[in-house]
Every structure is written in structure tokens, then in C-alpha cells.
Design a binder for this molecule. Sequence first.
Ligand code: HEM
Length: 433
Amino acid sequence: MRDLHRGGPLHMLQQVGHDADGAIARLDLGPFRPFLVSHPDHLKHILRDRSDNYPRGAAMWDALGRLAGKGIGGEGAQWHASREILKPAFSARHLSSASEQMIDSILGAVQDLGRRAATGRPVDAGREMTRIVQRVIDPLFFGRLVPAEEGDRLGDAIATAMGSLLWRMAMPFMPHSIPVPGDRAFKAATRTVNEILRPVVHQARAGGAGGDGNDVVTRLLNGVGADGAPLTDEQVCDDIVALFVAGSESSAIALSWVWVALAQHPHVAEEVVREVDAVVGRDRPRYEHIRKLNYTQMVLKEVLRIYSVGWAVPRVALEDDVIDGVAVPAGATLAISPYLTHRLDSVWPDPHRFDPTRFTPERNRSRHPLAYVPFGSGVHQCLGEAFFGQEAALIVAAILGHYRVELAAPVGPKLSLTLQPREPVELILTPRR
Ligand code: HEM
């Protein structure tokens, strides 16, 4: 088995994936030996057909559970109750009715971005995309309950907490009573998260919700848990943090990758700009524009194929099982890797080529249903997939409608909890009109 450190974790993942070519492989990380799974048939077995045998509970979810609790970020009856409460907030009907609010937030955020870009210095895409998606989330999720000045502090604290979980995830066999690097930063960051969110929940409970009652905090406060009783403040806070983590971090990273991909493929960028000009032109972006931004949507899909932000989706086997002839013992950790699935030669012709036309409706229909899984699949399939599709198309259209976007320096990927840019993604924005 391979040395994790030679060439870095991403190199190792690529090598093991390449050698396995869709077969189930085993990673040898000392006492921790997860199975690496990438073939769409195996994904179907684990995430759909036998999902009862493969709950979360692996390293990542245990570690995340310390930040995001046991509700929507967890498993079992409480997860199910939270998912049922939250599902309507992500329905097509709700997304369409929330679109004007979303567009207002995006246009406001792009205007602020323009002020920072006007200094002539490059702007940091990671930070700017985080600001934009948090501004989108804020009214829709929190009914404007999180004070604007706390938004950045909350985002930073959550990012710190996530980053400091890496050691815990790399050493899932280590009892929580034994300190590992990152623990102190994790505790400080979760304290900050609680300091900001708890008063928000108390205030909303006391009737101070600023939204229309459709925001996520109000839905959670009105919802019931697995035991039939209203959720406690702690459970509400847990779900808010989980949603905030799920909804802001991955979206902001994915949007940062969009600018990298467009800079690397200028002919694709030109086509997107042409489409945005033809569909939106000088108008205010509208909900109806989204489905007309066909090519832009295909580009977003291809970005998430190549840059699968959630590069690993961990599960644990409850009972012994056999997958395609491979014995999987009870207790084993399985790392499902969309990153590798999206690079299988047998599924994706010329998989390393960036080609948005892979996602025409005809070509989508001809593929294995689990060949493309940036948002997971099965019972835990991402609740925010359509939300992301909507906000991302509008954000890209709003930015490209106003600016020519260039990358200040090339950027490569690195593996962390998510697939992240190795260097800051610095953008130079030049007004178009
Ligand atoms: C590019 C952006 C995103 C990516 C790549 C992504 C990816 C994923 C993946 C892979 C999962 C499945 C995890 C598993 O099976 O264990 C997931 C779950 C989830 N995502 Fe996303 N996500 C994104 C955006 C969002 C957004 C914008 C929201 C909310 C606004 C969101 C909310 C959730 C929630 C609540 C879950 C947990 C669902 C459950 O366990 O029932 N995600 N996401």
C-alpha cells in the first residue's frame, strides 16, 4: 500500500483510484483502513439499495457531529425529523418564491464586490464567494436574525472549526478524551458559533423573527423532533450550524472553482458571457432566466464533476456485507469518492478534459444514474442541490454581466475536508460597461 505523504493526499487518491479503475480498493493508513469506493454500481449498493446497512458515523460524521450536532448533520430518527422539517424550505415552489429575495441579495453583494474591485487590487474569490452566498442564505435561512456584522465572524468561526477537525478525521480511532492538534482552535471556534447563534434562536423563540415565517429558524422552532416534542434550542442551533456549514462552505468553494475553470478554458468563458448577454442582457436577472442559461448550467455541472468539492462521502458498515465479491466486515469505514467516480474511463470518455457538453439532456440520459454524484445520492442526497443550481447561475450571471474576470495566478487543487484551491483564487475584475 502507498505512503500517504509521497506526493500528497490528492496524488495518493488519484494513484489508488487509477490503479483500482472502479474496483473497491483498500487504503492503508496505519490502524485505519477504509475501503475506497468509486464505481456507480457500488455507490448504488451503498447509498441506495442497502443504505440501512451503511449509515454515517464514520470519522467525518463523528467529527462533524461535534460541530453540527445530531440533527440534519447526523443519522437516525432525529436526522429524519430534521430532514422532514427542512425539506419544504428547499422545494421548487419555495425556491421560486424566494428568488426575488435571492436576486436582491446577489445584486447587493456584487455591488459591494465592485467597490472592493475598484481599488484595482485582485479580490480573493474564496472570501468574496463566501460573502455572497452568506448574504443569500441570511434572509432565507435566518429571516435576517443574524446581525450583518456578525456574518463574517460566524463564517470565519465555522471555517476554523471545520479546518481544525482534520486531525480528528485523520485519526478516527483516537478517543475524544485524548487531545489532538486543532482541538483548542475547534473549541474556541464552536464557542464563537454558539455565542452568535444562541441569542438568535432565543430571540426568534421569543417572537422576534424578522422574516415571513418561512425562514429556516422559524420552521425549526415550529417543528417537532423524533420524540414528537418541539425541538430544543440546542437542537435548533445544531441544525442551523449544520445548514450554514453545508450551505455556505461548499457553495463558496464550488463558485471559486468556477472562476478557475473559466480562466483555464477561455472559449468556454466566452460562450458563457455570450449566453448571459443574450439571456439577461442589461436587465435585472430574473427567475425565468435561470432555465434559459442552459450552457451556464452545463458549465456549473462540469465544474462540479472535475472539482468535486465533496470528494469523499464516508459511511460505516453495520453488518458484514459483500460488494461485488469484496468482503466488507461490520465496522468498516467506506469512503465513497465522487472525485474518482467522476474520473472513471469506463463512464466518462476522456475524463480529464473539461467539456460542459457532457451534460446535454441526451448524454445525461445515457449515463449510469450514479455516475455523477457531486451532491451524493439516496436518503442523504444534498437538500441544497437545486438551491445551489439557482444561486450559482444567478451569481455567475450577475458577475459576468458587470465584469470581465481574470485570474491573477494559476491555482491547483488540494485535499482537505473538501477539495479546495491550494492557493488563494485571486480575481481581477474589470467593469464591462
Ligand atoms: C456545491 C455545493 C454543494 C455540494 C458539493 C454539496 C454536497 C453534498 C453532499 C455530497 C451531500 C451528501 C452527504 C452524505 O451523503 O452523507 C450533501 C448533503 C447535504 N447538503 Fe449539500 N452540497 C452543496 C450545497 C448545499 C447547499 C447550498 C445546501 C443548503 C442550502 C446544502 C445542504 C445540505 C444538507 C442539509 C445535507 C444533508 C442531507 C441529509 O443528510 O439528509 N448543500 N451535500
